[in-house]
Design a binder for this molecule. Structure first.
Ligand SMILES: C[S@@+](CC[C@H](N)C(=O)[O-])C[C@H]1O[C@@H](n2cnc3c(N)ncnc32)[C@H](O)[C@@H]1O
Length: 264
């Protein structure tokens, strides 16, 4: 009974406020703003036929790189990121790491659309080379180890590397195809200055890809992993390697990103 009375009082209060807002309250700017918010929340949300966001994000972007003036890299499509991509900030971090490391030869596992590949190409020297490995969609069901269900959509695509195709930087990029568990890395032994591991996020693949990349690095190379905080398989595999494999004892997680890096 007490609850019923409380609810009645609450509804009566709300009704009184609404009546006021819809009449004399309209003369008050704050009340008009509250009404507009209510309209956005209740009317537009319930009547939008295509369920697109009500207000697109129209405010221009900036980030700590621009604000603090330590942005030395070049970018393309940095703000055009979606599922399966590095975030804008991560792409800037990777691009700056590439520029600082000045690698002659880069190896990437996991091309996808080639957004990171392209930005690495923009930030290495004219005679540098990037080899990017991708699993062809036709081999989706034939991998040596199991990939995660959630990453099938990144494999199952018509084109791999569309972001750099026809781009002025594409001459630096060599695409190779295969399953990272069976692909032969032999010809790249002791030749890679920087590697980006972003293929399958399944535990076994992260362990496999790390081992394969370690086998082709030059002594002072830099290895970068993506998705440490986004995929359980990456987290578990990298935690295990960090705890048990002395080669990874200097592994670092870059704050504000899902990126791990190891300076050999
Ligand atoms: C998340 S996407 C990579 C995103 C890309 N590195 C970027 O930064 O935009 C993962 C990619 O890894 C590839 N991949 C998945 N399993 C693989 C495997 N076993 N061997 C090689 N590539 C694999 C997928 O085809 C997909 O293109």
């Amino acid at each position: 009974m007490k609850n019923l009375m409380n609810n009645f009082r609450l509804y009566a209060g709300v009704l009184r406020r609404i009546s006021h807002t819809l009449t004399v309250g309209m003369l008050n700017a704050d009340r008009r703003t509250s009404l507009l918010s209510l309209y956005h929340v209740y009317y537009k949300n319930n009547h939008s036929s295509d369920h697109t966001p009500i207000d697109p994000y129209i405010i221009p972007k900036t980030d700590v790189f621009e604000l603090f003036g330590n942005d030395n890299a070049e970018y393309e499509g940095v703000y055009e990121c979606g599922f399966g991509h590095t975030t804008e900030f991560e792409l800037k971090v990777i691009s700056n790491l590439v520029r600082k490391a000045n690698p002659q030869r880069i190896f990437e596992i996991g091309t996808f659309e080639g957004r990171t590949t392209l930005n690495m190409a923009l930030n290495c020297e004219a005679n540098a080379e990037i080899i990017t490995l991708d699993l062809p969609a036709s081999e989706l069901k034939a991998t040596l180890m199991e990939i995660e269900d959630g990453e099938v959509r990144y494999v199952d695509k018509e084109v791999s590397g569309e972001r750099f195709m026809g781009h002025a930087m594409s001459y630096k990029i060599k695409q190779v195809f295969g399953d990272s568990a069976t692909f032969s890395f032999d010809e790249y032994k002791n030749s890679i200055d920087l590697a980006f591991i972003d293929g399958s996020h399944a535990y076994d693949y992260v362990i496999n890809d790390t081992e394969k990349i370690l086998s082709i690095m030059r002594p002072n190379g830099l290895i970068i992993w993506h998705d440490y905080t986004n995929w359980e398989g990456v987290r578990a595999a990298m935690n295990e390697l960090y705890s048990n494999d002395l080669r990874l004892k200097n592994l670092k997680h870059i704050g504000g990103t899902s990126i791990l890096m190891l300076q050999l």
